[in-house]
Design a protein around this ligand. Structure first.
Ligand SMILES: C[S@@+](CC[C@H](N)C(=O)[O-])C[C@H]1O[C@@H](n2cnc3c(N)ncnc32)[C@H](O)[C@@H]1O
Length: 271
């Protein structure tokens, strides 16, 4: 399939399944969004630690792939000089607009493609993107665009999926080994069974190569809710195997010894 066909499928997927919507709920629309944000930061406390939203104060900040807008609101609360958000889907833009309007803000968010950012070179001090570029067919082009729109000395904070992860192992057990296809590659399994069609995961070396145009790059790994089988992780896979694994999963052991097999690869890069 060409990149355009795949991108349409990616857009359709996220329009139908906005990221994090399973955690939203409550009596009012405000409670709906507050509940989603609360659960998000409880389950993934490393998001705040990595993003360092407060550093957005008085800066020009761009978020690529806003989803339901929880992080975008955190950036807004830091009172940046300017805040801009884009997403491939109208659904994400509408959720973020509603979330902001309920707080009395009007956001600058619109539909755009991470691979073709509609901004001039050197427009932003911070570009943030959590769990987005690995869904886009040409992730390297997205990284190039992040670098292009950053000012010299500006910072990119990007989360991409890490290939050698416990999530990858679980998916391989389920869709490789238990499906009688043990030689199926992990790339194919991620592409078909982890979120939107064509999703990719990268080794640390591959990520370093993609970010080689940056002056300084720091990469660290975190266990995701998928690796720990927490929250709604694995919901779409269902089945007895998963139910059993959730009950038996030795989370404390993983937190202690398996951090380098986390799905979340946190990349901080200075242009
Ligand atoms: C897993 S969600 C993450 C959303 C948000 N950052 C979060 O953490 O909740 C992935 C998001 O990336 C968006 N996305 C995928 N490909 C994109 C592209 N090429 N350009 C912009 N957004 C894209 C999807 O529409 C979706 O909202």
């Amino acid at each position: 399939m060409d990149g355009g066909g795949l991108k349409r499928r990616v857009r359709d997927f996220w329009n139908e399944n906005p990221c994090g919507v399973v955690y939203a709920g409550g009596e009012s629309r405000r409670a709906y969004y507050d509940g989603q944000a609360r659960t998000r930061y409880e389950l993934e406390p490393y998001i705040r630690a990595f993003a360092r939203f407060e550093e957005g104060h008085d800066k020009d900040v761009l978020e690529v792939g806003i989803g339901m807008g929880a992080d975008h609101l955190e950036w807004a609360n830091a009172r940046p000089r300017s805040l801009t958000g884009i997403d491939l889907t109208l659904m994400a833009v509408e959720h973020t607009k509603e979330r902001f309007e309920l707080q009395g803000f009007t956001p600058c968010v619109f539909v755009a493609d991470a691979e073709w950012l509609p901004f001039r070179d050197a427009s932003f001090d911070i570009v943030y993107s959590w769990g987005v570029l690995h869904h886009s067919p040409d992730t390297a082009k997205g990284v190039e665009e992040v670098s292009r729109v950053l000012r010299p000395g500006g910072r990119a904070r990007i989360m991409l999926y890490h290939k050698r992860s416990i999530t990858g192992l679980l998916l391989w057990l389920r869709y490789g080994l238990m499906a009688g296809r043990p030689f199926r590659s992990w790339s194919e399994i991620y592409s078909h069974h982890l979120e939107s069609p064509g999703t990719k995961a990268f080794t640390v070396e591959e990520a370093r190569r993609m970010f080689s145009r940056f002056r300084h790059v720091e990469i660290s790994l975190r266990l995701s809710i998928g690796d720990l089988l927490e929250g709604a992780a694995g919901q779409r896979h269902g089945g007895e195997f998963l139910r059993l694994m959730r009950g038996l999963w030795p989370r404390w052991l993983m937190r202690r010894f398996c951090r380098r097999f986390g799905l979340c690869m946190l990349i901080e890069a200075v242009k």
